[in-house]
Design a protein around this ligand. Structure first.
Ligand SMILES: NC(=O)c1ccc[n+]([C@@H]2O[C@H](COP(=O)([O-])OP(=O)(O)OC[C@H]3O[C@@H](n4cnc5c(N)ncnc54)[C@H](O)[C@@H]3O)[C@@H](O)[C@H]2O)c1
Length: 308
């Protein structure tokens, strides 16, 4: 199993580290345009192998796509991250050009690849990859909801005073501060609805804290986060590589599901060896459906800024 990660920055390197530590891939290739950067990150990571006990071979390259040939899975994290006060949507100008170029180059060397798009604004970048490549829709997956759901579970556990392993919850919708739809009504603590433990006010605070989860970290760190994003991407890569048929909310091209068409937005999907095995349609109530449609409007507005 060969995995390529384009962009050896904060998220790309963190993703490579988690993949290596889980030791399910034979090879991870890091590619960056900054001279020597991917090679340096790969060497540093390889020097953790004997300490962390993995056999995954990590290598780096400055822009040589022939080194990525025959990748089974490729992750696109190349592009600029946001700075404090910026929205993800403001990154579109620079990142669209980078993502288009990277996706095209990857496919030239790995026509059967499954692409995971991470660069922001992620839903629009995922849609862009559909527009500029001929890959079947099952093989283009945007990562956002897996991270947002992990942040939701963190906030739920905090509010409940419970261990995170007790908590389950999911965030669907667009990967933006205003577009996320944390499904509070469906969240549980060991199968019991969290609304049995938390007041409506506390639960809406959890929802609001989840939606600004990325912005909160960007303010603290001066750039966007990388540990949880890297871990979330590695979880998707593992589900595909190991054919786990696990369910994650991912940004995927919809064709009537959730009453939406011609848009990439976060919905629950089952992931397996060929990418998206199934889009899962869950029962949303009237308010949740309205939030999902509103979220889609926001994503469409950003898609409208694309110049393909
Ligand atoms: N989808 C999500 O949930 C999520 C979470 C966190 C970050 N992000 C996004 O991921 C992206 C990366 O974030 P980061 O913190 O790792 O940024 P970073 O600046 O640390 O790393 C980005 C890397 O991309 C490289 N790069 C730029 N253009 C390239 C090209 N054409 N080819 C190859 N490499 C190129 C840069 O040299 C840099 O090393 C940002 O757009 C960020 O907003 C998304």
């Amino acid at each position: 199993m060969k995995v390529t990660i384009v962009g050896a920055g904060a998220v790309g390197a963190s993703c490579a580290e988690y993949i290596a530590i889980k030791d399910f891939a034979s090879e991870v290739v890091l590619l960056d345009i900054k001279e020597g950067y991917a090679e340096g990150k790969a060497m540093d990571l390889m020097q953790t192998a004997s300490l962390n006990g993995f056999d995954t071979k990590i290598s780096g390259t400055t822009g040589d796509y022939s080194k990525t040939a025959n990748s089974d899975i490729a992750v696109i994290t190349s592009g600029i991250p946001r700075k404090p006060g910026m929205t993800r949507e403001e990154l579109i100008g620079i990142n669209a050009g980078i993502v288009k170029d990277v996706a095209t180059n990857l496919i030239k060397h790995s026509p059967d690849v499954i692409l995971i798009v991470v660069s922001n604004p992620m839903d629009t970048m995922t849609y862009l990859v559909h527009q500029v490549t001929d890959l079947p829709k099952e093989r283009i997956i945007g990562m956002g909801g897996a991270l947002d759901s992990a942040r939701f579970k963190y906030r739920l556990a905090e509010a409940l005073g419970a261990p995170i392993s007790d908590v389950d919850g999911m965030v669907i919708g667009g990967h933006s501060d205003t577009g996320m739809v944390p499904l509070a009504r469906h969240a549980t603590r060991n199968s019991v609805k969290v609304s049995e433990f938390l007041s409506a006010d506390r639960l809406s605070q959890v929802v609001e804290d989840t939606k600004v989860g990325g912005a909160t970290l960007t303010k603290l760190l001066g750039t966007s986060a990388w540990y949880a994003p890297g871990a979330a991407v590695s979880a998707l890569v593992q589900a595909i590589a190991c054919d786990l048929k696990k369910m994650f909310p991912c940004s995927v091209l919809l064709d009537g599901e959730y009453d939406l068409n011609d848009i990439c937005i976060g919905v629950p999907v089952i992931l397996g060896r060929n990418g998206i095995v199934k889009i899962v349609e869950i029962d949303l109530d009237k308010a949740e459906k309205a939030k999902m449609q509103e979220s889609a409007e926001g994503v469409r507005k950003t898609n409208g800024l694309l110049q393909v």
